[in-house]
Design a protein. Structure first.
Length: 225
């Protein structure tokens, strides 16, 4: 039972974080892949930054932005009386930002590989821009996006630094699997630590295997063309 609580919280946080990362990652990837504007590569670099930035630095930025006295957090607290700090939604936000680049980079590469002539033909047949995206661009790119989504889920499951700084390590409330492992090791509970590590490793391994299968299937289809 001790392992089930952080496992459930981790799955909830990772699922919601991945959903957010896919929602914004795909939209921004499509815009950057299709539009040409000043500062485009700088924006791309900024959106990819969480992938290489130390999680504690990212956590600090989040505290400055969403903390009770933060740039955005103060307004939210004064208006609604709530704060994201030391809550599981705060953990979702931290995990979403950390995993976002994995979806964004996969989606951008996928959209750039879509044949523009097919999109032009769809427009000629009367489809709107939304229709072109939903019926041409996304269906041709979805396998790579799915692979990026699964990698983002695995990354969100393993998030530690930013989550610890933003959501804290409150058992039963914000303590995810990675934080529970840390606590177990600190307490000298090697049995619990080993169990949590095995659970986390197993889930991540399954995700990576399925991600690899999706990418392999996508590659074989491209070769058959």
């Amino acid at each position: 039972m001790t392992a089930l609580i952080p496992l459930w919280l981790t799955l909830k946080v990772a699922s919601l974080a991945t959903f957010s990362a896919v929602l914004f990652g795909v939209a921004l990837a499509f815009v950057i892949a299709r539009k040409r504007f000043f500062g485009r590569e700088w924006l791309d670099a900024a959106l990819t930054l969480p992938l290489v930035m130390p999680p504690t630095v990212l956590g600090y930025y989040l505290i400055v932005i969403i903390g009770r006295n933060g740039i955005i957090g103060r307004g939210i607290y004064e208006t609604f009386g709530v704060t994201l700090m030391f809550t599981w939604p705060g953990a979702v936000l931290a995990a979403a930002i950390v995993s976002f680049p994995l979806v964004f980079k996969a989606a951008r590469a996928a959209f750039e590989d879509v044949d523009h002539n097919l999109e032009k033909a769809a427009r000629t047949l009367g489809l709107s821009e939304l229709g072109v995206f939903l019926r041409v661009s996304f269906p041709l790119a979805w396998r790579s996006i799915m692979a990026g989504r699964m990698l983002a889920f695995a990354r969100a499951m393993g998030e530690f630094g930013a989550t610890l700084m933003v959501a804290g390590n409150l058992p039963g409330k914000t303590q995810t699997l990675s934080l529970a492992v840390y606590d177990a090791v600190q307490a000298g509970n090697d049995g619990l630590a080993a169990l949590l590590v095995l659970i986390t490793s197993g889930v991540c391994l399954i995700v990576l295997v399925f991600s690899g299968k999706i990418l392999k299937t996508n590659y074989l289809r491209e070769v058959d063309r």
